[in-house]
Ligand binder design. Structure first.
Ligand SMILES: [Zn+2]
Length: 359
């Protein structure tokens, strides 16, 4: 009888596992040239991502606002080499789908054209050219619906792939905006990959979400929203059925997250997509305020039928670093699988909240 009772208590304790926001501080002592070589202490915060346990390092150093980036030279160069995504070049310079399989050669909806990516990153790779204009600045993305139109068009084509190829399980929508984010084509576009094998991170969050659910019978992403809302340090706002927050262990200098209420992005309605894109516009307003000229974005979809996951997005600010336009990615993320950044997530959330309220 007593054993039965203890088992019951043990099980109920296991079920209320709380998400752990683990961090430690490390110090580095040096003689400071800016303070007559007085003894100084540098500080780095090492934070563990509550789901993946991947660590991020936040260097405590006065972060400054960069100058606004001037795109004139990049626009000139990109037009000089003839842009394949400009309307007059699409038919001649971009690839086509097999009409027998897809029912079209290129999928067009309004100003959006979806084509196969000539660079094969996965079993299926798509590119959505999201505007007829060659260059769209952050204001253009905020004021217009290029992104939501592109996202809807990509989901339309991904649905066809999902119907035709049952072996494909991992779907994501991704964006490199502007050259500092790794984009070699200036003309605004977003991408999608679909395949049988996940990328490292995508596979990890799906697998760890399953593990969390097995252990606690709860959905990690719902628990995260609950914890972040209670703590009120990094949670931004819910907008419709999209929940915005600044992740505890950031993947870059300005990393913003969004959690949907559905597991797979194929379950998202038009209104869910609009909610997400309206939130994204607020994030871009914050980037604009901070003179962030580029970003990476990924929306990760869960495996259909596995309800322990929630489709979610990460948006990371990207910059060239002065004075020599250095990359803001280095040996840490390239070789150590570690993110190192200068901005505290709690500072990012404070600034983003202000922009959010005023827009
Ligand atoms: Zn173009």
């Amino acid at each position: 009888m007593q054993k039965k009772l203890l088992t019951k208590i043990y099980i109920s304790v296991r079920y209320v596992k709380v998400i752990e926001f683990k961090k430690i501080i490390q110090k580095n002592v040096y003689l400071n040239p800016f303070k007559q070589f007085a003894l100084s202490e540098g500080t780095v915060e090492i934070r563990w991502d509550p789901l993946t346990q991947i660590t991020s390092r936040i260097v405590h150093f006065p972060a400054r606002k960069f100058e606004k980036f001037n795109f004139d030279e990049a626009i000139k160069t990109s037009l000089h080499v003839r842009c394949p995504f400009c309307p007059e070049n699409i038919s001649e310079m971009t690839s086509k789908f097999d009409k027998e399989v897809f029912g079209f050669e290129r999928f067009t909806a309004g100003d959006v054209t979806v084509i196969p990516n000539i660079l094969t990153f996965d079993k299926y790779c798509l590119v959505a050219i999201i505007s007829k204009e060659h260059f769209i600045n952050m204001d253009g993305l905020i004021e217009n619906d290029h992104f939501s139109n592109g996202l809807s068009a990509l989901l339309h084509v991904l649905k066809i792939i999902r119907e035709k190829d049952k072996e494909v399980r991992f779907f994501s929508v991704n964006c490199n905006y502007m050259p500092m984010s790794g984009s070699s084509i200036l003309h605004p576009h977003i991408q999608a990959i679909a395949g049988e094998y996940p990328t490292n991170y995508h596979g990890m969050i799906v697998q760890k979400s399953g593990g969390y659910h097995n252990e606690t019978k709860q959905v990690y992403w719902e628990e995260l929203i609950r914890e972040e809302t209670n703590l009120n340090e990094r949670f931004i706002k819910e907008l419709g059925k999209a929940h915005w927050y600044v992740p505890f262990a950031p993947r870059g200098n300005g990393d913003i997250g969004c959690i949907f209420e559905k597991s797979s992005f194929f379950e998202l309605t038009d209104s869910d997509i609009n909610d997400f894109c309206n939130g994204l516009k607020k994030v871009l307003r914050y980037f604009k305020q901070e003179n962030v000229p580029g970003f990476n974005l990924s929306i990760f979809s869960g495996i259909e039928g596995e309800d322990h996951f929630r489709a979610n997005a990460r948006i990371v600010a990207r910059r060239f670093l002065p004075p020599v336009n250095a990359a803001d990615s280095n040996y840490f993320d390239k070789l150590h699988m570690e993110s190192a950044c200068l901005y505290l997530p709690e500072d990012v959330s404070n600034k983003l909240r202000t922009v959010w309220e005023n827009s």
